[in-house]
Design a protein around this ligand. Sequence first.
Ligand SMILES: Nc1ncnc2c1ncn2[C@@H]1O[C@H](COP(=O)(O)OP(=O)(O)O)[C@@H](O)[C@H]1O
Ligand SMILES: [Mg+2]
Length: 368
Amino acid sequence: MRIGIIGAGQLGQMLGFAARAHGYTCLFLDPSAKPPAARIGPVIQARFDDRVALAVLADKCDVLTYEFENVPVDALADVADLVPIYPPLDALRQAQDRLSEKQLFTALHIPIPEYRAIDSSDDLHDAAAAIGLPLVLKTRRLGYDGKGQFVLRSTGQVDEAWQDLGAKDLIAEQWVEFDYEASVIGVRSISGDIVTYCLTRNEHADGILRISRAPVEDAGLTEQANAHIRRLLRHLDYVGVLALELFVTGDRLLANEFAPRVHNSGHWTIEGAETSQFSNHVMAVAGAQPGPTGNRGHAGMVNLISHLPNAARQLTAGSLHDYGKTPRPGRKLGHITVVADSAAARDRLIDEICDSVTKSSSQAGTAT
Ligand SMILES: Nc1ncnc2c1ncn2[C@@H]1O[C@H](COP(=O)(O)OP(=O)(O)O)[C@@H](O)[C@H]1O
Ligand SMILES: [Mg+2]
């Protein structure tokens, strides 16, 4: 079995490691010269919308999947009769547009923050009057890691916000005063079996995930999250891993967005779950049954962003995953996972890692 993976970043790399462990081979497609997944298998260097390259990938592989959600759907649709593509293109299409994503949540009775489609600065004035301020204005397409967003705090900023985000195709969302953010990851096989991982608590800064902790020990929230993700997986006739990002307010969940792919908030599953999200994605798209998703303990994950300090290499407390990327401000370069016997012990380890990573990053900052 050969799996074609569109995108050869760190998610592709981790999918590739999992595929290899199952005896599958991988072929990647990515425009970069030396992407992280080149460690695992050959890469066709081409743009994601290069039809010829996609046809070669389809011809050489038994199934295609993708590691990120901004793959041009039309280009993929052109090779869909040559090879199965999972997750299904319809799920990808809906995830690519925040408006259709919100409409899907509403149709499935999954609660979401109040929102309006914004097609003019007048619409934005109307949304501010109807929903109240602050509002988060987002581009409908191509946003990631908090990019393509503007927090509107006064109506005096309407024109600036509208222009700043490209003056077209936006949505405005109510600013949610959440208690914390969470996510749930589910996997569906070709035959329709579903497994889910525990609810994970996530901390973001500047729109980028910094820390995840699992499990969230709250039966009521877990039940809601499972019901939501199962409804999505079934409705989309989904195959593979899907991640649902949520806001927790009291005993209620509001859906933020979903990703039709493996997700950063599930990296802890490599060490912290019986089967990792990467293994389960690979097995699902290859036509196998997903493996068990139970926890091996209390797991935590710290993202290494902008710098990968030597201190991170010397830590004995956790497992370092170095993606082999060139450092750049705001870039995810690696992560560290910890697994402990209790939530308190896990949180202590996370604090220690954050302290030493932050200390050596700031020393690196002063030295350069
Ligand atoms: N409506 C909102 N209320 C409060 N915070 C928000 C809202 N929307 C987004 N955020 C914050 O910004 C982060 C990134 O936004 P998100 O919609 O998930 O976009 P991205 O595609 O960049 O991940 C979220 O994880 C959250 O921390
Ligand atoms: Mg997000």
